[in-house]
Design a protein around this ligand. Structure first.
Ligand SMILES: [Fe+2]
Length: 229
C-alpha cells in the first residue's frame, strides 16, 4: 500500500519538516518543497546543483531515514535490543541529513530578494558582541568551513546556555545538537562536495565566498529572536 498523506503537511518555512503517516501508522518524512526555484540562487549556486542537491541528495537521506525508522520499529517490536543499537549510526546520518538540509534551504534566498546584507537586528548586535564585526564572522566561518576535513557543516548557532552566538562545525551529517544540547542552529552551510563541486570543482573557498550573496538573514534573525526570547 502506497504511503498516504494523512497528517497535516506543514510548510518548510513553518516547521522545517513535512511529515506523512505510512501504511503501518508510522510517522515518515517526505521531501519539503524549496521556498524558491532551483535557478533562483544563480550565479552564486547553479540551478543544476540545487536540483541535484534537493531532489537526489536530500531525497536519499529521507528515503534511507524512513527505512531506518521502519527497521527500528520492527526491532523494538521484536525486543531486539542489539538491532536497535546497531541502527543508531544510520539514524544519525540519514536523519541528520534530513534535519540539516531542511535548515539549509531556509538559510538561502534569491540574491535579488535578500542579497548579502548583514543583519541590522538583535542578531547583528549579538554577532558584533561575539566576533567583533559581521565581516569577522564571515572570515571565521569561511576559514572553519574551508578547513573542515572531509564532509560536514559550519554553523552560526545560538548557545542558549552561554547566551551568545558561536561558530561550530559538525562532521558528515551530524546535526548541531550532537555538539551540545544548548546549541540552536541559526545558519548552517553545507560544505559537502555535492553542494558545490559541479560549479566550483575542488575550490571550496570560492563557494564559501559566494554563498554569502544568497544567505537569508531574515530567517536567521527570526530564529535568533524566537530562541533568545
Ligand atoms: Fe548537502
Amino acid at each position: 500500500m502506497a504511503l498516504r498523506a494523512l497528517a497535516a503537511r506543514k510548510s518548510l518555512a513553518g516547521s522545517g519538516f513535512q511529515r506523512i503517516l505510512g501504511a503501518r501508522g508510522l510517522q515518515t518524512f517526505s521531501l519539503p518543497d524549496l521556498p524558491y526555484d532551483y535557478g533562483a540562487l544563480e550565479p552564486a549556486i547553479s540551478g543544476e546543483i540545487m536540483q541535484l542537491h534537493h531532489q537526489k541528495h536530500h531525497q536519499a537521506y529521507i528515503t534511507n531515514y524512513n527505512k531506518d525508522l521502519e527497521q527500528l520499529d520492527a526491532a523494538i517490536a521484536k525486543g531486539d535490543a542489539s538491532a536497535v543499537v546497531k541502527l543508531q549510526s544510520a539514524i544519525k546520518f540519514n536523519g541528520g541529513g534530513h534535519v540539516n538540509h531542511s535548515i539549509f534551504w531556509n538559510n538561502l534566498s534569491p540574491v535579488n530578494e535578500v542579497g548579502g546584507e548583514p543583519p541590522h537586528s538583535a542578531l547583528g548586535w549579538a554577532i558584533d558582541q561575539s566576533f567583533g564585526s559581521f565581516d569577522a564572522l564571515i572570515t571565521k566561518m569561511n576559514a572553519e568551513g574551508a578547513g573542515l576535513q572531509g564532509s560536514g557543516w559550519v554553523w552560526l548557532a545560538l548557545d542558549k546556555e552561554l547566551k551568545k552566538v558561536v561558530v561550530e562545525t559538525t562532521a558528515n551529517q551530524d546535526p548541531l545538537v550532537t555538539k551540545g544540547a544548548s546549541l540552536v542552529p541559526l545558519l548552517g552551510i553545507d560544505v559537502w562536495e555535492h553542494a558545490y563541486y559541479l560549479q566550483y570543482k575542488n575550490v571550496r573557498p570560492d563557494y564559501l565566498k559566494n554563498i554569502w550573496k544568497v544567505i537569508n538573514w531574515k530567517y536567521a534573525c527570526q530564529e535568533y529572536e524566537k530562541e533568545s526570547a
